[in-house]
Ligand binder design. Structure first.
Ligand SMILES: *Cc1c(COP(=O)(O)O)cnc(C)c1O
Length: 439
């Protein structure tokens, strides 16, 4: 796709809406009262933020509430237990602010706000002091959370980092600046990749983003910089018509010119996100800088638990010149009960979609659980004389010697996470220990 064949995009001003604007949105789009009330109550517990582009270009308002993008962005009845929702409504109706706050806090605590040992196991230290805004789990890759990038253009209802966006600022992964990262990277030459994440680093101005990225270019051992972002889906104007859109492309060019790989890890949940003019133009413009675009998203009930959706999504990514990378399994946090898809079903959906792809789109891997010991792919289901088994494999592990060795667990039609699985007793001891110790 050439830039020349794309229609010009009108400049648009970014405007975000939050819990305070629910009545305004309800009125504008004719939301039924019960839907509006559920959004209002649940957005006291879970983060809610949307912007004008998502409202007017991505949501199909004729299909409320089933529309997948509406489900992706608006809190839904069913995301909280009925009893919790009743208690929340009662506390709200009582008009007691302290009581309501305590109720909100209590419900958040029931939602496993910090899954997979991220706080205990992944935060690196310097002389025993935790380094803020960083995680180092896999030898080659450090995650970096720039403090000013800890929000998004729109929040996904299924976000596994939802706890970052509500509640205590001191529980947040956020680095004030790159100084500590830089000194950590100098002491750890085995780290070749820095994954800048959030939130969404692309909410930062180009100038701010530059202040976080440029210092990394002085470290020879850093060979790849990845930027995790949903901005191409939620605010593609960031790369097209925003006043510093051209500057961001120049910054990307500079990173590439330094001899680094620059990878934009784009989060696309549904093919509709790639179907608009601004989104296609954003990908095309990013590609002109020499940056690579890799695509990943979780498989989510109510949003994309359908092989047709994934097949179309991966084809659209390939057509845009982007690389399909991971299909994740939704983590056991937040409204997991609402969104979870059993591993058996996820594996079927993956396979059915994958079988229809051209070879170049079969770069995608999944379904993958990003669990405490590492990233575990469910490769398939094996029928044996002793019954059915899931075939599993570590794609990443805290212990690199576990990577790539097949192992298996007894088939279950309902299991939706690694700790629901019963490993084959014949599994190698080190694999068993890694999975059992840290489900
Ligand atoms: C997924 C992930 C990475 C990157 O893994 P790749 O397989 O290299 O994409 C790095 N750190 C953490 C904590 C992750 O979850």
């Amino acid at each position: 796709m050439s830039l020349l064949t794309l229609d010009p995009i009108e400049t648009a001003r970014f405007r975000a809406y939050g819990p305070r604007h629910i009545n305004e949105i309800a009125q504008r789009y004719g939301l039924p009262d019960d839907v509006r009330e559920a959004v209002r109550l649940i957005s006291m517990v879970l983060p809610f933020r949307v912007n004008e582009y998502v409202l007017s270009e991505l949501i199909d308002w004729r299909r409320i509430p089933e529309d997948p993008v509406f489900q992706l962005v608006f809190p839904q009845r069913g995301m909280l237990a009925d009893d919790d929702l009743r208690r929340l409504a009662a506390a709200d109706a009582a008009g007691d602010r302290a009581g309501l706050k305590a109720e909100v806090q209590r419900i958040r605590e029931t939602l496993n706000p910090h899954p997979s040992g991220q706080r205990e196991l992944n935060v690196p230290t310097d002389d025993g002091a935790a380094l803020p805004g960083m995680q180092h789990k896999y030898r080659e890759t450090v995650l970096y959370f720039p403090g000013q990038g800890q929000t998004c253009h729109t929040y996904c209802t299924y976000c596994f980092r939802w706890a970052q966006f509500v509640g205590d600022a001191d529980l947040r992964f956020a680095a004030p600046g790159p100084e500590q990262l830089v000194s950590y990277l100098r002491r750890h030459p085995e780290v070749s990749d820095v994954l800048v994440t959030g939130g969404d680093p692309m909410v930062m101005s180009t100038e701010r983003l530059r202040s976080h990225l440029e210092p990394l270019l002085a470290i020879d051992t850093v060979r790849t910089i990845r930027i995790g972002t949903k901005s191409v889906a939620y605010w593609p104007h960031r790369f097209v018509t925003d006043k510093d859109a051209d500057d961001v492309l120049r910054l990307y060019e500079e990173v590439v010119a330094s001899g680094r790989n620059l990878a934009v890890m784009a989060h696309f949940s549904h093919p509709r996100e790639l179907a608009t003019g601004p989104a296609r133009q954003a990908v095309a413009r990013i590609r002109t800088t020499g940056a690579l675009v890799y695509c990943q998203a979780p498989i989510i009930a109510h949003v994309n638990d359908d092989p047709d959706v994934w097949s179309e999504l991966w084809r659209a990514e390939l057509a845009a010149g982007a690389v399909p990378y991971y299909m994740f399994v939704e983590r056991d946090t937040g409204p997991h009960g609402y969104f979870k898809v059993p591993l058996a079903r996820s594996q079927e959906i993956f396979r059915e979609a994958y079988q229809r792809l051209p070879g170049l789109a079969r770069t995608v891997r999944g379904p993958v659980m990003s669990a405490t010991p590492g990233k575990v792919a469910v490769d398939g289901v094996e029928e044996t004389s002793e019954g059915r088994f899931f075939q599993l494999r570590f794609l990443q592990a805290r212990d690199p010697s576990l990577v790539g060795r097949p192992f298996r667990a007894r088939f279950s039609s309902s299991a939706s996470w690694l700790d629901d699985l019963e490993l084959d007793p014949a599994t190698d001891a080190d694999l068993t220990a890694a999975v059992r110790r840290h489900p």
